[in-house]
Design a protein around this ligand. Structure first.
Ligand SMILES: [Zn+2]
Length: 312
């Protein structure tokens, strides 16, 4: 009987081990306050640190767990689930996705398998239906192998959020703020009211310059301006450290985006060429920031193209 139990245990273990390749990076949950936690990713480019470059969070209630974002590979999400299981046996009830970008998304299937309902912002389907989403997953199956494999798939949302909503679970109240197309095709944040903890997603990058991509920089800056008056105890950005100084956490992203917007709006209005504009701008305020070398020129060009279309 004992041998049978042992065999079964070994079998179960090997099946699980086969399902998701173990991670080499340290995935650790940190308690912020009350029932609110986060898993801090490392500061790096998309495929560095086994793809562990974004944050995720979770709030434990006595009727289940609410997860915020799903990390960049199923292996990472599986490790995060292990961290949650050290704290509670409550089921994973809801995953609130800040937005659908690879570095926050590929772990989602782990929580889906746990029976979670996936809430995603309006605009998610634009991403899911795009060739970009498909091509990126294909390339990450190589770049992030063996953590992203042929078994990794894009989980579809169960519910689309297109306005601010409140919901409660196990004595906790939650607020989702829907921002529209800001950093991505759709972005939203989650506030755990009792814990006064705000999970912002990628509208905030702390400790490094943001990735602008095809963002709507005008709405992004406006969103941050509204958010600056938010009073919370803890603030968890999409990338970088959580802190109890919300204004400080969003400072770099806000200053940088406002700088890009001002400088490049002027260039577009004056019909200046991008190359000359870029060379003429004094970037010294930001050139020592992490990711300046890999991101700044791309960001500036993306903003230039966006403004050219918008200010026409
Ligand atoms: Zn991100």
């Amino acid at each position: 009987m004992k041998i049978l139990t042992l065999l079964l245990t070994l079998l179960t273990f090997s099946v699980q081990a086969e399902e998701y390749e173990a991670v080499g990076v340290e995935v650790k949950a940190q308690k912020l306050t009350g029932d609110a936690y986060y898993v801090p990713g490392m500061s790096g480019a998309a495929t560095e640190y086994e793809g562990f470059i974004s944050n995720a969070g979770f709030v434990v209630t006595n009727e289940g767990v609410v997860v915020f974002d799903a990390l960049g590979t199923p292996s990472l999400a599986h490790a995060m689930l292990g961290e949650i299981r050290k704290i509670t046996d409550q089921p994973i009830k809801i995953v609130v996705m800040s937005h659908y970008h690879a570095d926050h998304l590929y772990g989602l299937q782990v929580f889906k398998d746990e029976g979670a309902q996936v809430l995603a912002p309006k605009g998610t389907w634009d991403y899911l239906d795009s060739e970009t989403a498909e091509n990126l997953l294909e390339s990450r199956r190589t770049a992030l192998f063996p953590w992203v494999t042929d078994d990794t798939y894009l989980v579809k949302p169960d519910r689309i959020i297109d306005q601010d909503i409140k919901f409660s679970l196990g004595g906790h109240e939650f607020m989702i703020n829907y921002f529209g197309k800001v950093h991505s095709d759709g972005d939203m944040s989650l506030l755990s009211v009792k814990d006064q903890t705000l999970y912002s997603g990628d509208i905030i990058f702390e400790g490094r310059l943001p990735f602008v991509g095809d963002a709507n920089i005008i709405d992004w800056v406006k969103t941050l301006e509204r958010m600056q008056h938010t009073q919370v105890d803890y603030f968890v950005p999409g990338h970088g450290s959580a802190s109890n100084q919300p204004q400080q956490t969003m400072d770099l992203t806000y200053r940088y985006l406002k700088f890009l917007l001002e400088k490049l709006s002027k260039a577009v209005e004056d019909m200046e060429q991008f190359e000359e504009t870029y060379e003429a701008i004094d970037w010294s305020e930001f050139e020592d920031e992490t990711a300046f070398d890999i991101a700044n020129r791309k960001n500036a060009y993306a903003v230039y193209l966006f403004l050219e279309k918008t200010l026409d």
